[in-house]
Write a protein that binds this ligand. Structure first.
Ligand code: ADP
Length: 623
């Protein structure tokens, strides 16, 4: 908005102009009447002076009636010379025959005795009436007034004896009128200028509060509510100023209210754990909270504002804005197809005014990636369990059928068949037990019997057991697969808080795998080291190794690189999954490092608090 108003556009100028124009108009009208009246009055006054005293007229009439024309002419001349009227330029005396008998113009005495050529004089002689007229002299450009008066004999019968022709120069009268006119115009101009200045001053006084109010409203428009318009009078402008002051307070209050409302909404939105997006009716984003920005992987609000929600959520192909607006609520699962496999649950609700007009959409986003993953895993797990149990059951069924069909009588086949049935049944029991312990750990019902254990001793004890088995197998089957165990243990005694049974199960499982997958003559290296905060156990074999692409899946339930081989060796595919759960429950971590064809190393790290040599066990604290 242009805050500067030019003087010629201002209300002050318009007021002054109206004043001046009205004054001019008034003075013009008054002046026109006045000047007309003045002119008429002056002319009338002047005309009244263009007459001769009656005794002179009588004397002249007497002279015209005389028979001695020569003496009469002389006498007329004398009478005319005696006339003392400065207003009359020339007086002529014309007898009834139209002969000019005398003139007051001494320079023009030549006309005396000549017959008049003036038609007005001739008409006056004929009509015997007074005649007046205005003349314009082309030679000297003067205006004249002519008065032709009939002269009657004074002997009582009123015989017309001639006319008296009087000519008066009007320039003097007009010049007087002009002078007055000039004075009048000058006075008018002076009064216009004065009134213009006065009206500017007055209008400025009147419009000053308006100007003040204009500035105040502009300040309000800019959001500055600090000013107040001064209320001088209690007139309309004063009341308007009061109303503006009131308005400014109201606007400030409502501005404050909407601002605090906005801040509240902002803080609610920014602290929400769900993502919230609002759009206009075309689906362009107008509001987005931080959670939604994070979920959709945007840094700045400005990167998304104005963009179409269907584009941002990548659902343009499946849904149009119309479809989302037309339904009172739409629930979608949006797969963002990004590197994290993000899956969002999106609730769309149209924003509807009371009139029913839909002004936009609100979309609430919730990250359901983990729920979806869990759901998928659960389904996968159920299918895996069914599959894993069906295979041994099918095999048990077929062997039992074969036995029932008569194989039981065959002393050679029957024991083999029964052994298979026994092995498969044992494997199923192992699997069911594994599943039960996994389920207990999943549901949190698995109890840990925690105690401080010297891990060096425990690890040694377990490995001694394996040494015994190795020795036993060597004696029983000298041609079978052979392998050896090597230990590299720290000398330091490491006391770690664990559940001995469960941890033994973990080591057993990893050792069993190492044995299972070791080649003939393979060396299994077991290490035990300690860092500041962790105890790390590792078991390395020289076996098949694990292909790189399966490394991340090795701890998944039922995952086996080679299913047939694992099954043949009695594996359930749950050992490493259980190991991982147990280690995690103990606050540790388990991972594998493997090179295909060269061997694998399984690592277990457990939290460990180092005690100085001199530290005494604080039995109370321990309890
Ligand atoms: P399983 O009962 O089949 O041994 P585990 O959960 O213990 O089940 O192991 C899962 C899979 O991991 C095994 O089937 C095998 O493919 C692979 N695996 C485990 N340990 C080793 C190892 N030391 N060397 C090579 N592969 C291994």
């Amino acid at each position: 908005m242009n805050s500067k108003i030019k003087f010629f556009q201002s209300i002050r100028f318009k007021f002054a102009l109206i004043f001046a124009l009205m004054l001019m108009l008034t003075l013009e009208i008054v002046g026109a009447f006045f000047m007309r009246q003045l002119e008429r009055q002056n002319l009338n006054n002047f005309k009244q002076q263009i007459v001769l005293p009656s005794y002179i007229e009588n004397s002249l009439a007497t002279q015209l009636g005389r028979s001695n024309t020569a003496s009469a002419t002389r006498r007329i001349r004398t009478i005319l010379a005696e006339v003392n009227n400065n207003n009359i330029s020339e007086i002529r005396v014309i007898d009834s025959k139209g002969i000019i008998r005398g003139t007051s113009n001494s320079a023009n005495q030549g006309v005396v005795g000549q017959k008049t050529t003036d038609t007005a004089v001739k008409n006056a002689l004929v009509s015997d009436r007074t005649h007046t007229e205005y003349l314009y002299d082309n030679t000297n450009h003067d205006r004249y007034y002519v008065n032709i008066v009939p002269l009657s004999s004074s002997n009582g019968n009123n015989n017309e004896v001639g006319v008296l022709y009087m000519r008066a120069n009007l320039e003097g009268v007009y010049s007087t009128i002009n002078n007055i006119y000039v004075i009048y115009i000058t006075a008018v101009l002076a009064s216009i200028i004065l009134s213009l200045l006065l009206s500017i001053y007055i209008s400025r006084e009147i419009t000053a509060p308006i100007e003040e109010m204009r500035k105040q409203t502009m300040r309000i428009a800019r959001g500055d509510y600090s000013g107040q318009v001064e209320v001088v009078d209690n007139d309309e402008l004063g009341q308007l100023a009061g109303a503006i002051n009131n308005l400014s307070v109201r606007v400030e209050e409502s501005q404050d209210a909407s601002e605090s409302e906005r801040r509240r909404l902002d803080s609610v939105l920014s602290h929400m754990t769900d993502g919230v997006i609002a759009t206009d009716r075309r689906g362009n984003i107008t509001i987005i909270n931080n959670t939604a920005l994070q979920l959709l992987n945007y840094d700045e609000e400005d990167d998304v504002i104005g963009k179409s929600i269907t584009d941002v959520l990548k659902i343009r192909k499946q849904y149009t804005m119309r479809q989302l607006i037309d339904q009172s609520q739409t629930h979608l699962m949006v797969d963002m197809n990004d590197a994290n496999g993000l899956i969002l649950s999106a609730f769309f609700t149209p924003i509807q005014r009371e009139s029913g007009f839909v002004s936009g959409l609100v979309c609430v986003l919730h990250d359901v990636t983990s729920q979806q993953k869990e759901e998928r895993e659960r389904k996968q797990f159920v299918s895996n369990v069914s599959h894993e149990l069906r295979t041994p059951l099918t095999s048990v069924k077929s062997y039992v059928e074969a036995l029932t069909d008569g194989a039981w009588k065959d002393p050679e086949v029957a024991p083999r068949f029964l052994k298979v049935v026994q092995d498969e049944t044992e494997r199923m029991i192992r699997m069911i037990n594994d599943l039960l312990s996994l389920s207990r750990m999943d549901s949190g019902t698995a109890k840990l019997n925690l105690e401080y254990v010297n891990i060096n001793e425990l690890f040694n004890y377990i490995l001694n057991r394996f040494d015994m088995i190795i020795k036993k197998e060597k004696n029983e089957n000298p041609d079978g697969k052979h392998y050896s165990i090597v230990r590299h243990f720290t000398k330091q005694d490491l006391w770690v808080e664990i559940d001995t049974d469960k941890f033994t199960q973990v080591i057993d499982n990893i050792m069993n795998n190492a044995v299972k997958y070791s080649p003939d003559g393979g060396v299994i290296t077991c290490r035990l080291v300690a860092t500041d905060k962790h105890v790390i156990l590792s078991i390395s074999d020289q076996g098949l190794g694990i292909p790189r692409k399966y490394i991340n899946r090795i701890f998944d339930r039922f995952f086996r690189v080679d299913k047939a081989r694992s099954r043949k060796q009695g594996g359930t595919g749950l050992g490493l999954a259980i190991s991982k759960e147990v280690v995690n429950m103990l606050g540790g971590q388990i991972w594998v490092d493997s090179t295909e064809g060269r061997g694998s190393t399984f690592y277990i790290s457990l939290p460990y608090i180092q005690y100085d040599e001199g530290d005494e066990w604080d039995d109370d604290a321990k309890d």
